[in-house]
Design a protein. Structure first.
Length: 294
């Protein structure tokens, strides 16, 4: 089934030359536009899917201005200096074009669920939500020119050609590095990073397994098993280690009594803190503190 981009817009001052040229690939729709502009052209766009807007050519003294709201000053988009913009789904975008007679641009829309399936572990969904407006990248532009040529080709090549170019373009824009092979059943790198950062940031309070499961898009049982497969320990053990790391930092400073450290690191009392510390570290907190100053 072809992926139909879903966009709302309210624009004026544009006349399309030669009609829209569009190609469909696997979860990707690419449009090539040649547009004649009135003395003023522009308007408002919002799409339900992430997209790339790439300015390939322009004629005239002015430059298109991209804005997040109609009240902003905006940023100039230039075919040579800043031709590329990545716009996340549902992000408002306003464009003002003055003193420009003609623009040629490429619009590439990505269906989020399909891209997540295709890129798998390498794609943290949060990356799709980060806008990147008016930037330059020679490698991205080389791919964009090849995609535009393929769309304009009256005898297009195999679909895998255009699909591969468009997918490579998204990977390059989002800077998705190759991940190391992971153990069977383990968390994806982005899931593990998100979970461990959350635990370490909130380690002084009770963290519910449900919170971590939601963060990673998994069920509680799936997350629990995958976290242990990734780290060799259960989530609550990771949290305990994070608490003890905080306690060690406080012990090293030597400024607070053990009762205060126990309270600040989430233990019920001094005795509980000492018991857990000895179990994990092998010696009592006071002995460990002394060993650090020797």
């Amino acid at each position: 089934m072809t992926f139909q981009p879903r966009m709302r817009n309210q624009i004026e001052g544009f006349s399309v030359l030669g009609g829209l040229r569009r190609r469909y690939w696997n979860g990707i729709t690419a449009d090539l536009w040649d547009v004649e502009c009135a003395a003023y052209a522009g308007g408002y766009y919002v799409a339900r899917d992430p997209r790339l807007f790439i300015l390939l050519d322009q004629r005239g003294q002015g430059r298109p201005t991209l804005k997040r709201s109609p009240r902003e000053t905006g940023m100039l988009q230039d075919a040579d200096l800043s031709p590329i913009s990545y716009i996340p789904a549902e992000m408002d975008l306003w464009i003002d074009i003055k003193d420009v007679q003609y623009v040629r641009h490429l619009d590439i829309h990505f269906e989020t669920d399909t891209m997540s399936r295709r890129l798998g572990d390498n794609l943290d969904p949060r990356r799709l939500k980060d806008p990147q407006l008016v930037f330059a990248d020679s490698r991205v532009m080389a791919l964009a020119e090849l995609i535009a040529a393929e769309i304009a080709n009256p005898d297009p090549l195999h679909d895998l050609y255009g699909d591969g170019l468009a997918l490579a373009l998204l990977i390059d824009v989002l800077k998705l590095a190759k991940s190391e092979p992971r153990k069977r059943g383990a968390l994806a790198p982005w899931q593990l990073k998100r979970a461990t950062e959350f635990i370490e940031h909130h380690c002084l309070r009770n963290i519910r397994l449900e919170e971590l499961a939601v963060l990673t898009g998994l069920s509680q049982s799936h997350f629990s098993h995958s976290f242990k497969a990734s780290t060799g320990m259960a989530p609550h053990e990771w949290q305990m280690n994070a608490r003890l790391f905080r306690a060690k930092q406080m012990l090293k400073s030597g400024e607070q009594p053990l009762t205060a450290i126990a309270a600040e690191t989430g233990f019920s009392d001094h005795a509980h803190f000492s018991r857990v510390f000895r179990k994990h570290v092998g010696i009592a907190p006071s002995q460990w503190k002394k060993s650090q100053s020797e």
